[in-house]
Design a binder for this molecule. Sequence first.
Ligand code: SF4
Length: 475
Amino acid sequence: MQMKTPYGIPEGFTPRPAIWAAVPDKQWNDWRWQLSHRVSTYEELSQFIHLTPEESMGLQASGRFRVEITPYFASLIDPDDPACPIRQQVVPHVRELQGFDAMMRDSLAEESHSPVPGLVHRYPDRVLMLITTQCASYCRYCTRSRIVGDPHATFSRQQHDAQIDYIRRTPQVRDVLLSGGDPLTLPQKVLEDLLRRLREIPHVEIIRIGSRVPVFLPQRITDELVNMLRQFHPLWVNIHVNHSKEVTPELARACAKMADAGIPLGNQSVLLAGVNDHPDTIKKLCHDLVKIRVRPYYLYQCDLVAGSGQFRTTIAAGLEIMEALRGHTSGYAIPTYAVDLPGGGGKVPVQPNYLISQSAERVVFRNFEGYISTYVEPTDYHRPTRNRWTGAPTEEPGQKGIASLLDGEEMVIKPDVWAGTHMRGRNSMPENEAINASASSEPSSSPVPQEGQFNGIPGVEVAPDGDEPVWAAIN
Ligand code: SF4
């Protein structure tokens, strides 16, 4: 009797181009063979792809971002179609050498958020730990092309030590994301050692790995690797798939191995013009991911980095895709569309507006079909005045942001230059008494203004009792 493949995991293999037809399966399915036979030059690629003049120029240009493609991933390329979504992601095109307005070297300002090399501490309770500069293949739009791909430069043992030391002495870090480069290209012993040392830190609750290895090199997801990873739960893995053509039987089996080992899987896609910028393309991708137990997590707007110009879409294109997903398919199959703000502002979710209008008692929404309805607010609701959770706070001062305005802890958030601009030649900025009084229960130490003056500002007077407060008069 023929055994049924568990969970509907597909059998079979991606067909290979003729140049690799004679490679024995044992070698083809060995990740070491795949890595050591990557293709990178015009001569190698032109053996199985009909390269366009623009691709040939891109491949032969000096100073371009590194090119390496595993034979497995190269097998997914349509040799006759320059618009093939796989081909555009990994075969350079001369357009990637063109600059564009607002192009940056480090658009997410990761380096200015790095207390030690390779450790990005941008958000209150989590860090990004860049542990290698190497990948299995190289994406033409890579956000970290400034550090990724140099075969002679990667993070050293001393730098890993400094990263772990920072995490050890920073107790608000409860979540560590390992990335690079691609962490799953590291020797297994090195990765295991890093995971073990992170797991020994009591305040590190979860560890995440961001990897495109399951997509470029699914042969690397061996039982041995997965058995090592499962020792360090809770461990999450985010893969990076941009198009359904990447969802092959090999990727499905690699994901099944990880999911069966209890590793929750997510996917991060980048919205790429000409590759996946159509609602139907993303919807099909999300459906295909859910079928292999991968939850669509983020759909990123392309960053403002060198090489990505040809792939950038408008944000309107992303919103149109999100409009076509919400309501039209399961919530599990809908990623969060996010713009990682240039300059280091972090990820901001973007979605179509569903809230149309609001009064004190009613909120008016529209749904994906254009149906408009009202949610009637309760009249007897009181938000809790204190947190019932008694654990130690994990927020750093100054990072509460808009939530601090809603909490009443702050009344305003001002840019650094705001006070200087509004002093208008005066030596100091008067405290705004009325704002302070409403925003804080702390007694103010500022002198009480006297009738006829307001901290010496000519023409602004303290209003007599019962009149409008002074700050309203200033405005
Ligand atoms: S796998 Fe990630 S780090 Fe490597 S080239 Fe692609 S986007 Fe950059």
